[in-house]
Ligand binder design. Structure first.
Ligand code: BGC
Length: 452
C-alpha cells in the first residue's frame, strides 16, 4: 500500500469551493468541511463516513454502509440468521490445498452497488458497459470500521444461502483493517481507534465480532488480509513517533487477530508491503524475521497461510523491464520480491505462500517515485484474479483494493490530508480514502490491461 519513503511535503492546495450546491461526486459534508452541503439536482448528499459525505447520482440507492442488492451475476437472497447453522464445536480442519480451490468467490454487493451507480453516470455506452462489467470481478470487502461488520454478517448469510441453493461453495474475501492508531506513517487512512483511548480493547472487541459472525457460517470459507501496512511500518518506520508508540499495541493486536481468526478457520495473509518497500535487500531479512516471529507467536496455525503483497499499490507482478523509478532494486517487481522473501521466511521458520494484489497494476511506468501511492495518474485495472499464478509460491492473484475507491483526499484542510495525495502524479481533486472517486474509476476502466 504505502511506502517507506517519506516525501517532502508539497505546498498545500487550497480547496476550491463553488458557492451554492455541490456537483455530482463532490464532497458535501464531513468533519472540517466548510463547502456547500446540498447537491445539484439529480444527486443526493450521502454520508460515507464521519469525514466525508458525497453527492451520489440518483436517489439514495447507492452504497451507504449496507448493501441493497447483490450483483446480477450472483442472484441471491440474504437469508435470515435464524436459518444459520450453529457454530462448529471444535477448531476447523485446515485444507492442505490452495484455499481458493473448489470455491467460488462471493461478489461484494457493496462494490456492485458502487460500480452500478458509476456505470450509470457514464454517457459513452461502450465505456459504461465495460465499467458495469467490473462488478463481476471479485475484490475484498474492507472491514475498516466496526460498523462494517454488519455488512459481513449479511454477506456471510447471503453466501451461505447461495452456496446451498447453487451447490457451489462460497468463499468470502475480507480485509481486517481497524488497528488503533492505524496508518501510523501516513494520514490518509487514520482510523477510528486510538491507543490512548482504549484502542486495544476496542480492537479486540472488533475482532470478537468478526469471529462470532464467521463462526455462525462454517460452510462459507473466509480468506482475510490482515492489517495493510501495519507490520511493514514496524520494519522500516520506527523513526516515526506514532509508529514507535504503536509497536507493542500493533503486535499484541495482530497476535490476537491471528489467533482468534485461526480458531474459526479463517485463512489469513498478513500484509507485507510491496517490492518497493520491504523488497529492498536491506529490508528483506528484518521483514522475514518479524513475520516469522509474529507467525510463531500466534501458534504457527496452518490457517496463517502467508503474506499479501502490493495491497492497494501499483506494482506489476512481473514487469517487462524495471521501471526507472525502481532505481537498482534487484526486486523491482512483486515476483522478484516474493522469490527473495520466501526463502528468508522459510529459513526463519515460516513456510509462507502469497497472494498479490494486481487490481490497479495494468499500466506501468507512470509514477514519479516508487514511494508514491495515492490515486496514481494513468493507472488501469490489471490482471484478473486467478489461481493460475505461474508460481507455486503464489496462491492467487487477487484484487484487494476496490478499484474506484480513493486512496486519500487531496483536500488539504481535511484532518486526514496526506501530502502524498497532492503530488503531481496523484489524481486530483480526490475524495477521502475509501470513498468513491468517479473520475479515477473511469480511468481505471479505460486503461484496463488486459482490456475489459
Ligand atoms: C481506506 C479504507 C477503505 C480501503 C478500500 C483504504 O485506503 O482507508 O477506508 O476501505 O482503502 O478502499
Amino acid at each position: 500500500m504505502k511506502s517507506a519513503a517519506f516525501l517532502a511535503a508539497l505546498a498545500a492546495i487550497l480547496p476550491a469551493y463553488v458557492a451554492g450546491q455541490a456537483q455530482t461526486w463532490a464532497q458535501c459534508g464531513g468533519i472540517g468541511f466548510t463547502g456547500p452541503t446540498t447537491c445539484v439536482a439529480g444527486s443526493v448528499c450521502t454520508k460515507q463516513n464521519d469525514y466525508y459525505s458525497q453527492c451520489i447520482p440518483g436517489s439514495a440507492t447507492t452504497p451507504t454502509s449496507a448493501p441493497t442488492s447483490a450483483p446480477t451475476s450472483q442472484p441471491s437472497q440474504p437469508s435470515s440468521t435464524s436459518s444459520a447453522p450453529s457454530g462448529p464445536s471444535s477448531t476447523p480442519t485446515p485444507s492442505a490445498n490452495n484455499p481458493w480451490t473448489g470455491y467460488q468467490i462471493y461478489l461484494s454487493p457493496y462494490y456492485a452497488n458502487e460500480v452500478a451507480a458509476a456505470a450509470k453516470a457514464i454517457t459513452d455506452p461502450t465505456l459504461a458497459a465495460k465499467a458495469a462489467s467490473v462488478a463481476n470481478i471479485p475484490n475484498f470487502t474492507w472491514l475498516d470500521s466496526v460498523s462494517k461488520i454488519a455488512d459481513l454478517k449479511t454477506y456471510l448469510a447471503d453466501a451461505s444461502a447461495l452456496g446451498k441453493s447453487s451447490g457451489q461453495k462460497q468463499l468470502l474475501q475480507i480485509v481486517v483493517y481497524d488497528l488503533p492508531d492505524r496508518d501510523c506513517a501516513a494520514k490518509a487512512s487514520n482510523g477510528e481507534f486510538s491507543i490512548a483511548d482504549n484502542g486495544l480493547a476496542n480492537y479486540q472487541n472488533y475482532i470478537d465480532q468478526i469471529v462470532a459472525a464467521v463462526k455462525q457460517f462454517p460452510d462459507v470459507r473466509v480468506v482475510a488480509v490482515i492489517e495493510p501496512d501495519s507490520l511493514a511500518n514496524l520494519v522500516t518506520n520506527l523513526n516515526v513517533q506514532k509508529c514507535a508508540n504503536a509497536k507493542s499495541t500493533y503486535l499484541t493486536a495482530v497476535n490476537y487477530a491471528l489467533k482468534q481468526l485461526s480458531s474459526v478457520g479463517v485463512y489469513q495473509y498478513m500484509d507485507a508491503g510491496h517490492a518497493g518497500w520491504l523488497g529492498w535487500p536491506a529490508n528483506l531479512t528484518p521483514a522475514a524475521q518479524l513475520f516469522a516471529q509474529v507467525y510463531s507467536d500466534a501458534g504457527k496455525s496452518p490457517f496463517i497461510k502467508g503474506l499479501a503483497t502490493n495491497v492497494a499499490n501499483y506494482n506489476a507482478l512481473s514487469a517487462a523491464s524495471p521501471d526507472p523509478i525502481t532505481q537498482g532494486d534487484p526486486n523491482y517487481d512483486e515476483i522478484h520480491y516474493i522469490n527473495a522473501l520466501a526463502p528468508a521466511l522459510q529459513s526463519a521458520g515460516f513456510p509462507a505462500t502469497f497472494i498479490v494484489d494486481q487490481g490497479r497494476s495494468g499500466q506501468q511506468n507512470h509514477r514519479q517515485q516508487w514511494g508514491d501511492w495515492c490515486n496514481i495518474k494513468g493507472a488501469g485495472f490489471g490482471t484478473r484474479p486467478t489461481t493460475n499464478t505461474g508460481s507455486s509460491l503464489i496462491d492467487s492473484i487477487v484484487w484487494v483494493k476496490p478499484g474506484g475507491e480513493s486512496d486519500g483526499t487531496s483536500n488539504s484542510s481535511s484532518p486526514r490530508f496526506d501530502s502524498t495525495c497532492s503530488l503531481s502524479d496523484a489524481t486530483q481533486p480526490a475524495p477521502e480514502a475509501g470513498t468513491w472517486f468517479q473520475a479515477y474509476f473511469e480511468t481505471l476502466v479505460s486503461k484496463a490491461n488486459p482490456p475489459l
